[in-house]
Write a protein that binds this ligand. Structure first.
Ligand code: FAD
Length: 306
């Protein structure tokens, strides 16, 4: 039984991300995570208000690992839908959810007027690197969540992609096969994990194309703004940050402002190379702070697709 609402929904909520990706202008989007407390929520809303002014194509909110963070994800997404003219993309994961619970979450998002969902498996409950255990009444992989969400209403569904290889995947070719499976299940586009080289992106795109699918793949980029972040990024992505990046940052390690500036430069250069390669846009991972990502966006000197 479809769960989508029958009431007309405001234009900014129903705006189609795949339609924007097919247009002449690049899609520009920003990703936030659910804040842990009220102070974090205030910081997040400052960033959202600044980002609203540049009219991005969409903004996304990640789905937390459980309990209160999940409630905050839904609350923040609903508030973006209600109080801004931004197009929200809600992330949703299979972690710890039965199919019935997943249907309920999709129902809440639909009731808030949302039409765009990013369907993900999520990391194992023990953290990245630990074995994945599916909920006994849940689903095992993101392709199944894509099918489930699509069966519940008129949702437009995106998925995750991994230019540097997913940590649990046996090969880059297997990653491409997985992306094909997600496209065949009804995903209309993908957003990547952050990465640092043009070659990684082009390789993934070409492996998917070689399999006869022209799935738009939006590069996910995260400017490094302090040197400590590098180790954390390696842990999160499962891939070492290339020495071409670490050497530039470490050369100015003692000067926080210079590190930030170099981090912004590195991301600007990569974004320019990716857009020149025909990438349909750039998805900025903000860590809930708008300054560095907005600076990269300004450096690009482009308007975002709407
Ligand atoms: P899947 O596509 O299911 O892949 C997971 C693993 O299983 C991969 O190794 C894949 O190769 C393998 N696999 C996939 N399908 C099959 C199959 N049919 N048979 C056998 N093996 C298969 N995590 C969160 O918790 N919350 C978020 O909001 C969030 N947002 C993200 C946004 C983006 C843009 C990205 C790139 C990642 C995000 N993640 C998030 C992290 C993501 O959930 C993890 O990286 C997770 O481990 C993989 O998710 P997936 O959707 O790609 O899973």
């Amino acid at each position: 039984m479809p769960v989508s609402t029958r009431l007309p929904r405001p234009e900014h909520l129903t705006r189609s991300i795949p339609a924007a990706l097919a247009g002449p202008l690049p899609s520009i989007s920003f990703e936030f995570f659910p804040p842990r407390d009220d102070a974090g929520e205030a910081v997040l809303w400052e960033a959202i208000r600044r980002i609203e002014k540049v009219h991005p194509t969409f903004v996304s909110v990640t789905y937390g690992a459980g309990g209160t963070t999940r409630d905050r994800t839904i609350r923040v997404t609903e508030r973006i839908a209600r109080e801004t003219l931004l197009t929200p993309l809600a992330h949703l994961t299979c972690v710890g959810h039965s199919v019935g619970e997943l249907r309920n979450v999709v129902g809440s998002l639909s009731a808030a007027g949302l039409r765009n969902i990013l369907a993900l498996r999520g990391d194992p409950q023990g953290g990245p690197g630990q074995p994945w255990v599916k909920h006994s009444e849940g689903v095992d992989h993101a392709d199944e969540l894509v099918s489930l969400v699509r069966s519940l209403g008129d949702f437009t569904v995106g998925v995750a992609a991994f230019p540097d290889q997913h940590p649990e995947s046996p090969s880059l070719d297997f990653d491409a096969e997985v992306l094909v499976r997600k496209a065949d299940a009804g995903a209309a586009y993908a957003i990547t994990q952050f990465f640092f080289t043009r070659e990684a992106y082009v390789g993934l795109r070409d492996r998917v194309r070689a399999r006869g699918r022209d799935l738009p793949i939006i590069p996910g980029l995260m400017p490094v703004t302090n040197v400590k972040q590098l180790a954390k990024m390696t842990e999160l992505s499962g891939q070492p940050v290339p020495s071409s990046v670490t050497s530039r940052l470490e050369a100015v390690e003692g000067d926080p402002a210079a590190v930030r500036e170099v981090g912004v430069d590195i991301t600007t250069e990569l974004a320019q190379e990716l857009l020149a390669e025909g990438a349909p846009g750039i998805h900025f991972i903000t860590m809930n702070r708008s300054t560095a990502t907005l600076q990269v966006f300004e450096n690009l000197g482009i308007a975002a697709a709407r």
